[in-house]
Design a binder for this molecule. Structure first.
Ligand code: BGC
Length: 293
């Protein structure tokens, strides 16, 4: 079975009857469904022809949104759509923008129109307020978050604001913006031996290279017609699949802080695998390269 087929199976196995995608089925802190991860996963499944899977995720999102129509909505909910009572940093508005973007790419989205209208109204009122970043570490106003929201709302003003902040620091999440200048900065400081780190301060499980970011870099290369470089990203991810074809969140080849690997293992067990978002990004790069052949 190819890694693309295996990825589809891992994703389908990780989708709950309610439509939510578990971030990682075997890692306790990730047994929730995130708007962010899920929006990328739904895009990948739609591209792979699994429209029903993507639509069921949108149903899950709409259920979450309509159950608490005034917002704000958390970054993640339990698979049954109920809130997560833990003190996880949950105000992360990028995922809401990503949800709107995924709906737009899907098209014919009347089934989710009520939820989309509520999310749109809420984001229009709150897009410029501080929240927690993609990596759930820092509170503030973040370029990647603004880009997700600007994209979701189709707002050039918010996207301009995102670009103005993109120089604040080098962070792999900026690959979502993916201008040639950002790609150059990521290559210069976060790309090591073919894999991409999140940021230079990373100590999560030692701060390895993330498979989903390496795929994002590959997608930016496809946009720049750098197809050979994009294929190398795909091959790097392939080489980091477990023997059973599962893709982890990160690789341990080059840890920025090796001494902080074990403390995380003691706290939460071995690092997450399979990560559905890694599988989704692998699929997206695979599709982008296939479409360019
Ligand atoms: C990442 C988030 C992600 C979550 C679930 C966290 O470690 O920082 O971006 O949404 O895992 O995959």
């Amino acid at each position: 079975m190819s890694l693309a087929e295996r990825s589809i199976n891992v994703i389908l196995a990780g989708q709950s009857p309610s439509g939510g995608y578990v971030a990682c089925p075997t890692f306790e802190p990730y047994r929730y469904s995130w708007f962010r991860d899920g929006a990328f996963i739904a895009d990948a499944m739609r591209e792979a022809g699994h429209y029903d899977s993507a639509d069921r995720f949108f149903d899950w999102c709409a259920h979450v949104v309509l159950s608490r129509p005034t917002g704000p909505w958390d970054a993640r909910y339990r698979l049954d759509g109920e809130p997560d009572p833990s003190d996880w940093p949950k105000l992360q508005i990028d995922g809401l923008g990503l949800f709107l973007g995924a709906l737009r790419r899907r098209g014919h989205a009347t089934r989710w129109e009520d939820a989309a209208t509520l999310v749109t109204g809420w984001l229009e009122r709150h897009w410029n307020e501080p929240c927690v970043d993609w990596w759930e570490e820092r509170e503030g106003i973040h370029a990647a978050t603004l880009w997700c929201v600007g994209n979701g709302l189709g707002s050039d003003e918010i996207k301009r604001e995102a670009l103005a902040r993109a120089g604040d620091r080098v962070d792999g999440s900026l690959l979502f913006i993916g201008t040639p200048e950002i790609v150059e900065r990521v290559e210069a400081s976060l790309l090591v031996d073919g894999g991409v780190h999140r940021h230079l301060d990373d100590d999560y499980y030692g701060g390895g290279q993330w498979l989903l970011l390496t795929a994002k870099l590959g997608l930016a290369y496809v946009d720049q017609d750098r197809l050979e470089d994009a294929r190398n990203c795909l091959a790097w991810i392939d080489a980091h699949a477990a023997p059973n074809g599962e893709l982890p969140e990160q690789s341990q080849d080059h840890l920025l802080r090796p001494e902080s690997y074990e403390p995380w293992v003691e706290k939460w067990g071995p690092p997450p695998s399979p990560l559905l978002w890694s599988h989704a990004m692998y699929l997206r790069l695979h599709h982008a390269l296939r479409d360019r052949r």
